[in-house]
Ligand binder design. Sequence first.
Ligand SMILES: Nc1ncnc2c1ncn2[C@@H]1O[C@H](COP(=O)(O)OP(=O)(O)O)[C@@H](O)[C@H]1O
Ligand SMILES: [Mg+2]
Length: 279
Amino acid sequence: MDLKEKYKMKGDSVVIPKISVRNLTVIYRGNHDTPAVQDFSFNVPAGGFTSLLGTSGCGKSTIINAIAGFVPPTKGQVLMDGNPIMGPGPDRVVVFQDYVLFPWKTVLGNVEFGPRMSGKSKNDCENIAKEYIELVGLRGYEHKYPGELSGGMAQRVGLARALASEETGVILMDEPFGSLDAQTRLIMQELLLKIWEDLHKTIVFVTHDVDEAILLAEEIIIMTASPGRVKKVIDVPMSRPRSYRDIASAEYIQIKGEVLTLIREETLKIMNVSSLVKK
Ligand SMILES: Nc1ncnc2c1ncn2[C@@H]1O[C@H](COP(=O)(O)OP(=O)(O)O)[C@@H](O)[C@H]1O
Ligand SMILES: [Mg+2]
């Protein structure tokens, strides 16, 4: 029975999650099989902001790629609105760490790309693109090329481009701010929070940065070291709108302590630093 019918049977008041990852296992086949993700389950409600937090190599990108439809499940399912994801689609967009902009197109040309693909008129595309360029604070840069921009600016263009595909309800972000300096990163986090609160997108955000996960997410899924399994799900009930000031709040510090302890356990497993492991 498909999930939609199952929910209907339970009554219409049950809401189907926007994204549902169910017992996902991904094994990369090769000379040696690499189990990347194992029996991984979580749901993201429509308009939710979920962060996947884990050490390097634990399978974070694999999960994002499975939701994006780039990597098929070896076992389990990935559903969107209750329907199995069969491949990439215009209803999901991925923002990577290395902002993949077209170097031969201007800022405007890059941001217009999504609306163009959905067949809107040239005029409409330009207006939509300008709106999101303004939203990410890049008015005046419309005619620059990616090579003329700083890393932070290029990443903002990447964000504007993702948002300009307005029909796209789900944004998958794979360590999008990983290559930015700490100050630029904080501003980008605040910008993303504001955009998420205003535009009601559903976001799955991958990071290995504890502060980033707590500041942004409603729910943090802490992953075990490879192969990635769900270690613990942490609710982040801090009120919204949030800002960088919340980093100093008692609630934040308490959550951070808990998350750091869990992540440290997994990092120690892969680093094998026996002198730091409590006997
Ligand atoms: N295309 C691939 N083929 C084979 N192994 C892969 C591939 N992509 C990732 N892996 C392996 O799967 C595991 C998880 O990788 P990844 O999802 O990129 O982790 P993370 O994003 O958390 O760093 C790692 O051991 C990695 O080497
Ligand atoms: Mg990765």
